[in-house]
Design a protein around this ligand. Sequence first.
Ligand code: BV8
Length: 230
Amino acid sequence: MPTAVRNIVVLTGAGISAESGLDTFRGPGGLWEGHRVEDICTPEALARNRPLVLDFYDQRRAALGGVKPNAAHEALARLDREWAGDLLIVTQNVDDLHERAGAKRLLHMHGELMSALCEGCGGRASFGGAMLDGPDCAVCGESGGVRPDIVFFGEMPYEMDRIEAALAEADLFVSIGTSGAVYPAAGYVQMARHFGAETLELNLEPSAGSYNFDESRMGPASVLVPAWVD
Ligand code: BV8
């Protein structure tokens, strides 16, 4: 790691969890292949076919019990424990593998499988069951309004101000395991460059935004991330 670096922002996507056994979105056998995005990851889809959307996320929530963090998650957690400068891990992922590896300086910009959002009171609460069972909101107690705490297409990602403030101070921006297909996350490399950060991409294959990076290393995250951190 260059010694001049003080403040780091790391962006992760589905590729960092692929070697843990969680499908990516746009790869072969990806999650969306069974569904058109419009049919599953939009407010309109939730309104049109609530059971289908609740079941899709119930299945993904249940699958978390069968997977564990891989060497890439563990390396980032090590960096989190040891790094004296600022660090923010911004994940697009909704799995809990970063937390289970021990990461603390972390935020989920697209929500979390292990959280429920109430359409009635807007309250968010940790949730590990099945929404098809029609749970009551843990915050307001009302039933019928509990939905996945997931940022659907067309909805505002979480903590964008915090992310942009971290990018403004970053000396290094590292993107790991993301195709660069979804905004605003896909635009963060340009924002980081604008503020003068060095930019590094660690990915299995070139992403849509590879040309924006000072350096792109191709390979599996479980190899590239520990090599970068250590
Ligand atoms: C919003 C929910 C604004 C959770 C998801 C321009 C600017 C702003 C917005 C837009 C814009 N243009 C279009 C938009 C709208 C839209 C958008 O970006 N559309 C795209 C399709 C063009 N964006 C939005 O709607 C966002 N909201 O902008 O709101 C706003 C403003 C005001 C008021 C209201 C609203 C919301 C986007 C969030 C949508 N929700 N998911 C879930 O179900 O999981 S997005 C979904 O895609 C996931 O969150 C996922 O994380 C994300 C990105 O996918 P990746 O993580 O990159 O996964 P992918 O499979 O694509 O790629 C995996 C990569 O890993 C590959 O490159 C592969 O090579 C690599 N890989 C594989 N194996 C490995 C590996 N790498 C390393 N090692 C390996 N072993």
